[in-house]
Design a protein around this ligand. Structure first.
Ligand SMILES: NC(=O)c1ccc[n+]([C@@H]2O[C@H](COP(=O)([O-])OP(=O)(O)OC[C@H]3O[C@@H](n4cnc5c(N)ncnc54)[C@H](OP(=O)(O)O)[C@@H]3O)[C@@H](O)[C@H]2O)c1
Length: 248
């Protein structure tokens, strides 16, 4: 397993840490090739969760997929081999050192209730975007509050990092072939969660760029200046033009 991961990571070794708008924790610059595999619980194994979980499993991490359709998740895991498995959302939350939550925004209240205490204190990567047309009224509330802070309210106690919000899911599985070229803007308040998320982001070829605290998650959505693909330097430039949101 470790060997396979090294092979995958070989192409991204030396991608370098780069400078973030707000400084990433010192250890976030270490190449993940030197670090052990993480256990990742995926809640929502659709286009985004399925793609990211698959590339992380191929990179040597241990992944548990979950949704409300365990047969789908078992089939997905079976294709990936021993680094992947399927479970219920609660099993995935208990399994993960870090969780990827990737569901339609309207499902977040139910996910929060179902996972309950299991997410308290967990690093959570939040890809979820609120769209009124898809998600209804909750999307208005989340957009007004800011997507990161809204997710934090729906997943109480989770150490949330917003990431992967405005890049197409297909690209999430491709960027490891050109490591470090494309930046991934992230926002969060918890240093250790930011560090873990940064490791995982680098593992699949993106260079994380911390744009600020979780309140800045409001800028990490489709339709914002940071949406789409940018180099890390471009992200820093765009982020420097955004007013820092102070609310925690
Ligand atoms: N598609 C993109 O390129 C993209 C890019 C960046 C961010 N995003 C955002 O990321 C999130 C996921 O997008 P997606 O495109 O991956 O959506 P998707 O393909 O529809 O996948 C959503 C996943 O969530 C699961 N799910 C729904 N309700 C659930 C619940 N209550 N408990 C557990 N699992 C539940 C679904 O499975 P079941 O319904 O079977 O439970 C499915 O596995 C969205 O908020 C989206 O806006 C999408």
């Amino acid at each position: 397993m470790k060997h396979g991961r090294r092979e995958f990571l070989g192409s991204i070794a030396g991608a370098g840490a780069g400078l973030a708008i707000a400084r990433l924790p010192a250890t976030a610059g270490a190449t993940t090739a030197d670090a052990g595999p993480l256990k990742i619980g995926v809640v929502g194994s659709g286009k985004v969760g399925g793609t990211l979980g698959s590339v992380w499993a191929r990179a040597g991490h241990q992944v548990m997929f979950s949704s409300r359709n365990i047969e789908h998740d078992r089939a997905l895991a079976a294709k990936l081999g021993p680094n992947a498995r399927a479970g219920t959302p609660r099993e995935a939350a208990a399994f993960g050192d870090v969780l990827l939550v990737s569901v339609p925004y309207r499902a977040l209240p139910d996910v929060g209730k179902e996972l309950g205490e299991l997410v308290r204190g967990k690093p959570v990567i939040d890809t979820c975007n609120p769209f009124v047309g898809r998600d209804g009224e909750i999307a208005n509330w989340a957009r007004e509050k800011g997507a990161g802070l809204a997710s934090a309210e729906l997943l109480p106690g989770a150490r949330i990092v917003r990431a992967f919000n405005a890049v197409g899911y297909q690209r999430m599985g491709q960027v490891h072939t050109e490591p470090g070229r494309i930046g991934m803007p992230i926002a969060g308040d918890d240093e250790q969660a930011i560090e873990l998320a940064s490791r995982l982001i680098r593992d699949i070829g993106f260079e994380p760029v911390l744009i600020g605290g979780l309140a800045m998650g409001r800028h990490l959505m489709p339709g914002t200046p940071l949406a789409g693909e940018h180099t890390p330097e471009e992200i820093r430039k765009i982020a420097s033009t955004l007013e820092q949101s102070k609310e925690k």
